[in-house]
Design a protein around this ligand. Structure first.
Ligand code: GLN
Length: 185
């Protein structure tokens, strides 16, 4: 199985390590020609969604990635990657890929509580560790289905071939979320 990892900015190396640990082949997506061959899925890592969105447009990657997602390519977005996928960002007119039926709120835990570590139930996996870094949360879902919640706030959701997480599964010991994603193929 061959997974492309968006490697423009942010925490992509940790995702690569997890995927390799799970037995997948990986390659980095840095420019348009990197996506012009066949592969089985894609990761949109954490980082800064504004910067990543701008680079996706500048590099002419936004439209081809959106098309692949709409054609059913499995995609996993973590943190900033979740923001890229959302069809709506609360109190913000920006839409990046906009393929996933949910509204997200950026930097939703405030500056002081911006980063924390906890554990919670993840539908289909069980209880797993979750690390949040200046995280967004999912305020509401339309076509997406919630998979995990913390204090009544959705932190993971799935919309058919799309998986979005407010936390960073690549930073914890468990590889369960990456395995879940690889099984979405
Ligand atoms: N706060 C970042 C954003 O809005 C996301 C943080 C992260 O990816 N760790 O893009």
């Amino acid at each position: 199985m061959k997974i492309g990892v968006l490697a423009l900015q942010g925490a992509f190396i940790e995702h690569e390590k997890k995927l390799i640990e799970c037995g997948a082949d990986i390659f980095e997506i840095r420019q348009r020609r990197d996506i012009e061959h066949s592969f089985d899925g894609m990761i949109l890592p954490g980082g800064e969604s504004t910067v990543m969105g701008k680079l996706l447009l500048e590099l002419d990657l936004m439209q081809p990635i959106r098309e692949r997602i709409l054609n059913g390519m499995p995609v996993m977005g973590t943190c900033a990657g979740l923001i890229l996928l959302a069809e709506r960002i609360a109190e913000d007119n920006t839409v990046h890929l906009g393929t996933m039926g949910m509204t997200v709120r950026r930097n939703a835990y405030g500056r002081q509580l911006g980063s924390f570590h906890t554990a919670a139930q993840f539908e289909g996996i069980g209880r797993i560790p979750m690390t949040f870094i200046r995280a967004p949360y999912i305020e509401s879902v339309t076509s997406a289905e919630a998979l995990a919640e913390i204090d009544g706030r959705i932190v993971a959701a799935r919309d058919r071939n799309q998986l979005a997480l407010a936390f960073h599964p690549e930073l914890d010991e468990s590889a369960a979320v990456h395995e879940y994603f690889l099984n979405m193929q």
